[in-house]
Design a protein around this ligand. Sequence first.
Ligand code: 13P
Length: 348
Amino acid sequence: MSLISTKEMLIKAQEEGYAVPAFNIHNLETIQVVLDAARDLKSPVILAATPSTVKYADENYLLAIIEKASEINNIPLTFHLDHHENIEDIKRIIKLGCKSVMIDASKYEFRKNVEIVKDIVDYAHKYGATVEAELGKLGGVEDDLKVDEKDSFLTDPNEAVEFVKATGVDSLAVAIGTAHGLYKSEPKLDFDRLEKIRSMVDIPLVLHGASGVPYDAVQNAIEKGICKVNIATELKIPFSNAIKEYFNENPNASYPRLSYGGNDNNYRASTYWLRDGSYLRLKTLEVGYTLPKSIVNKIRFNKIRVFFIGTNILTFAKFKEWDPEMGSSNGEKYPLAKTFTLGLTVNI
Ligand code: 13P
């Protein structure tokens, strides 16, 4: 087994002030597309699987695919169990070679959460695996996990200190105002709380529920100490929509291969999150034509003028001096992107 633990990855991120993205994968196609984007952008990446993904795809297949992927992709990558609650399942999968797990016992009261997490930590560390746990409780929907907003609560900094000490856990998922799934209104993150936790706890901190969180808020959270950012919804929705659209538009299609129907949208979504190597930023949905780099290189972007009206619609006009090799006029670099899209960018 050549899968690596996430501990070194996250400590490096913590020391250097960036965050490693953890994308929730579901099948071969979602693994491929995240890896394509991560490899192109030379970013470390964590492939995360919830219990229903593991049940669907089978841990033996997942481990084998990701182990092979880590051999052929020259980037730090690993496989992580996300929001697992079943102790026996976690231990069994660690034994099979998984080096990174989240035990989510956040639904229990503090003492019971500590007890369960400590049991997994003791076990996982014997196998060189990293353990993440959650303190506080995020609202929203992730997999079969549904938490009503009224039952969610934020992480208490003093409890966080006690929790980390008592469990020996390697990284801590903090509840600071994000939620899983789609937001009804813009989330407001409690940065003071995050700063306080960061100043009192020295292990890497994890932000769950990053889909739909404004770009600046994600950046601010990273600046204030988040080292791992979890994204699921913003990849799974474009992927599912692309499949639906493809089969609707091609009713006679009969090959269930998703390289066209799903990967392209997901690739673009993944690259948004991975720009600059290691952190995340999808806040938009693109509608337009995707062109290969060979064609884009021949286009003079400073000749393109596109105007749209509306407060939540941006345009590529801001990229009018964009040189695909050098990055855009506002200094952002996308030198490794394979394809570029011309069209609308709609805030979602
Ligand atoms: P989102 O679906 O909101 O991106 O949350 C992902 C997550 O936190 C997975 O653990």
